[in-house]
Design a protein around this ligand. Structure first.
Ligand code: PEP
Length: 249
């Protein structure tokens, strides 16, 4: 199947110029598996993107944490996909649960954003995931399927999408999904892709896990058949991010 392991670091709304430079130095000095084995993408806040891109080693890439739903213009405070492309930023994270919940981004809104970003040539880390309440009421798969469907309906190709399963109850809480819980949802998502987007898409699309991944729990999660990597929040700001990258092997 040949899905290359993918490790994303979501720095969220954190950092100063000095702190960002320190993180980049740690990344640049790290010995990690080669680009053939693992794809590493770090996602600083917008304002630090050019700085990080200019300092970061060439085998790692950068991602924005969001972009506007359509062509730029009179949308105060927004950053367009065109601007990211203009700056040479290859990736964008869309549909993160913090934006879905705090900024009321709906499934349809996220689907439209993914489609527009792809149309401009960006690659997308598209996030889906259920709340604790939804998990406890047994609707995990229905929720993530609806989120994935809203994306699938708007895109003509999955080639440039990495799907991130991020259970909301695991994000920033220290409560990581067990390897079995992660594998179960990833396997179901792959089946969903198989049934709705085809064999080839299901076999080739990377489904990565996010939610309290750290240097200690990444190894076992990484051994799961359908876990193709991680989207890491808190730990991506720390040296243990290197251990998470190394879990690719
Ligand atoms: C995230 O924000 O995407 C995330 C997974 O955060 P954390 O690793 O801190 O749970």
């Amino acid at each position: 199947m040949g899905r290359k392991f993918f490790v994303g670091g979501n720095w969220k709304c954190n950092g100063t110029v000095e702190e960002v430079k320190k993180i980049v130095t740690v990344l640049n000095e790290a010995e990690v598996p080669s680009e053939d084995i693992v794809e590493v993408v770090v996602s600083p806040p917008f304002v630090f993107l050019p700085l990080v891109k200019s300092l970061l080693r060439s085998d790692f890439q950068v991602a924005a944490q969001n972009c506007w739903i359509r062509k730029g213009g009179a949308f105060t405070g927004e950053i367009s996909a065109e601007m990211l492309v203009n700056l040479g930023i290859p990736w964008v994270i869309l549909g993160h649960s913090e934006r879905r919940s705090l900024l009321a981004e709906s499934n349809e809104f996220v689907g439209d954003k993914v489609a527009y970003a792809l149309s401009q040539g960006l690659k997308v880390i598209a996030c889906v995931g259920e709340t604790l309440e939804q998990r406890e009421s047994g609707s995990t798969m229905a929720v993530v399927a609806a989120q994935t469907k809203a994306i699938a309906e708007k895109v003509s190709s999955w080639d440039n999408i990495v799907l991130a399963y991020e259970p909301v109850w695991a994000i920033g809480t220290g409560k990581v999904a067990t390897p079995a819980q992660a594998q179960e949802v990833h396997c179901e998502l792959r089946k969903w892709l198989h049934d709705n987007a085809g064999d080839e898409v299901a076999a080739s699309t990377r489904i990565i896990y996010g939610g309290s991944v750290n240097g200690a729990n990444c190894k076992e999660l990484a051994t799961q058949l359908d876990v193709d990597g991680f989207l890491v929040g808190g730990a991506s700001l720390k040296p243990e991010f290197i251990d998470i990258i190394k879990s690719a092997t």
